[in-house]
Design a protein around this ligand. Structure first.
Ligand SMILES: [Zn+2]
Ligand SMILES: [Zn+2]
Length: 352
């Protein structure tokens, strides 16, 4: 039997969230049902509730940085049991038969089902983690290691894997590499921590000089570059093996390309809503490349969170009650958060 759920939803492109009652499917044979304890607020949530990418459907319950406790498992579930601490990220389904799925790259499956804003196999809309319970196919659930606090683990499910996967795939997360991280927000700050844990040298590139102390002393970056300072940028030219570009606002790529050594890689993980200009000449002169990356497959997501636990990588968070979510969205829009909001769903989302 389907069960009653409560959450917070946006009902139109004002993006304003309010309490919302809906139902979740009964726990299927391969499903894990969890009580949601924490959910991070990702910039995508804001884009989605305001329909900034043009494909939102309402009511919209966002949230794809979800951690909680398993309360029920289906008869064929193999990897989880009641009481386990688990996480759910950006996707809850894929075809299981295409070449991407076979390669554990469910994130690139053409039939991938997003945690919210997609249609599930049963025809119902998917609703995300700003809600009290989730019912998820066990293939899309990861185990959260005991040593990570659940609240600061939540952002790893999207922000963490978004930066971990390209560090591995593009060969940038290893000793001897000099990595630039452009933008020091939700994605950027975990990129710094993962890259340092991999043994790379890390330079933060930012428009705000006032983030320098924190980038170095709190997050562990080796150096800091103010992108609006031509002298600093000139001095750092041709010094980086790669750059993870987390900025989702429109910005010029030429200054970043000039920081790369020959054969350097500029990897885009932010999602600007307008196309950026790509100057070709700097790519030719030095065999540079521009690539992209989008979250990671389930196997790699588990590997990421296990690595984070082992190396003490966690998100820097500000925990809020659910009824502060609209204020938090406004503050996030102004970059007024160090560095990720996490909603305390377990203690603050009540039936009334
Ligand atoms: Zn996200
Ligand atoms: Zn597939």
């Amino acid at each position: 039997m389907a069960r009653n759920a409560i959450g917070w939803a946006a009902h139109d492109q004002s993006g304003i969230l309010s309490p919302f009652k809906f139902s979740r499917r009964a726990t299927g044979e391969q499903d894990v049902t969890l009580k949601v304890l924490y959910c991070g607020i990702c910039h995508s949530d804001l884009h989605y509730v305001k329909n900034e990418w043009g494909h939102s459907t309402y009511p919209a319950v966002p949230g794809h940085e979800i951690v909680g406790i398993v309360t029920e498992v289906g008869s064929k579930v193999q990897n989880f049991k009641v009481g386990d601490k688990v996480g759910v990220g950006c996707m809850v389904g894929s075809c299981h038969s295409c070449s991407n799925c076979s390669d554990n790259l469910q994130n690139y499956c053409p039939k991938m089902i997003l945690t919210y804003g997609s249609t599930y196999y049963d025809g119902t809309p998917t609703y995300g983690g700003y809600s009290n319970i989730m019912v998820v196919d066990e293939h899309f659930v990861v185990r959260v290691p005991e040593s990570i606090p659940l609240d600061s683990a939540a952002p790893l499910l999207c922000a963490g894997i978004t930066v971990y996967s390209p560090l591995k795939y593009y060969g940038l997360g290893k000793p001897g590499m000099h990595l630039g991280v452009n933008g020091l927000g939700g994605l950027g700050h975990v990129a710094v921590k993962f890259a340092k844990a991999f043994g790379a040298k890390v330079t933060v590139i930012s428009t705000s000089p006032n983030k320098k102390d924190e980038a170095i002393s709190r997050l562990g970056a080796d150096s800091f570059l103010v992108s609006r300072d031509p002298d600093q940028m000139q001095a750092a030219a041709s010094t980086m093996d790669g750059i993870i570009d987390t900025v989702s606002a429109f910005h010029p790529l030429q200054p970043l390309l000039s920081l790369l050594k020959s054969s350097g890689k500029l990897v885009m993980v932010g999602a600007p809503d307008k196309p950026l200009e790509l100057p070709i000449f700097p790519l030719l002169m030095g065999r540079k490349m521009v690539g992209g990356s989008c979250i990671g497959g389930m196997k790699e997501t588990q590997e990421m969170i296990d690595f984070a636990a082992k190396h003490g990588v966690k998100a820097e968070i500000e925990v809020i009650p659910i009824d502060h979510v609209n204020t938090a969205m406004d503050r996030m829009l102004k970059s007024d958060v160090r560095y990720r909001f996490v909603i305390d769903i377990g203690n603050t989302l009540k039936a009334n």
